[in-house]
Design a protein around this ligand. Structure first.
Ligand code: GDP
Ligand code: MG
Length: 162
């Protein structure tokens, strides 16, 4: 099977927009384990001649009480099955407490992580991006999933990590 790249992060940071941008009009590969994989959708993807499976996560209902836990659990399952991880944060907001909880989980997993600062639609919106170095995950990749800017650099690095 091709290596798997999991896309994780809080709801509404733009994970699905990024996955759709990368996979274009590709059909989702339907998972064959009902229930367990309900919140994950896989796509066949290719970059620089390398085939990989891109896994979108999310799809659960937000609830104020359980959100920390559920985001982390969902992310953790996807990470366990992945060869590398794209961790998406809202680049306009910067890191939140939920993001920091995800970072702690990622540290335990010791898998390659690419940190994406999404929603950077214009160079003038970079101010929060620099502070993301503090998460200790290395260089943040500024991306606009909406416009497609920055996704090439991200994918170059991601397929090298697979
Ligand atoms: P997910 O919950 O992480 O999968 O987030 P979605 O992909 O569903 O996106 C959540 C919202 O953010 C939608 O309204 C998107 O249109 C918006 N969004 C996603 N990427 C970008 C981006 O690069 N720039 C801007 N301005 N909005 C974005
Ligand atoms: Mg989504």
């Amino acid at each position: 099977a091709p290596p798997a790249l999991a896309v994780i992060g809080r709801p509404n940071v733009g994970k699905s927009t990024l996955v759709n941008r990368i996979t274009r009009s590709k059909e989702a590969v339907v998972e064959d384990v009902p229930g367990v994989t309900r919140d994950r959708v896989s796509y066949d993807a290719e970059w620089n001649g390398k085939d990989f499976t891109l896994v979108d996560t999310g799809g659960w209902e937000q609830d104020a009480r359980g959100m920390h836990k559920r985001v982390a659990e969902q992310a953790e399952m996807a990470v366990d099955e992945a060869d590398a991880v794209v961790f998406v944060v809202d680049g306009l907001v910067g890191a939140t407490a939920v993001d920091e909880a995800v970072v702690r989980m990622l540290r335990r997993k010791k898998k390659p992580v690419l940190l994406v600062a999404n929603k950077i639609d214009a160079p003038s919106q970079m101010s929060e991006v620099y502070s993301l170095w503090n998460l200790g995950l290395g260089e943040p990749y500024p991306v606009s999933a909406l416009h497609g800017t920055g996704t090439g650099d991200l994918l170059d690095a991601a397929v090298k990590a697979l």
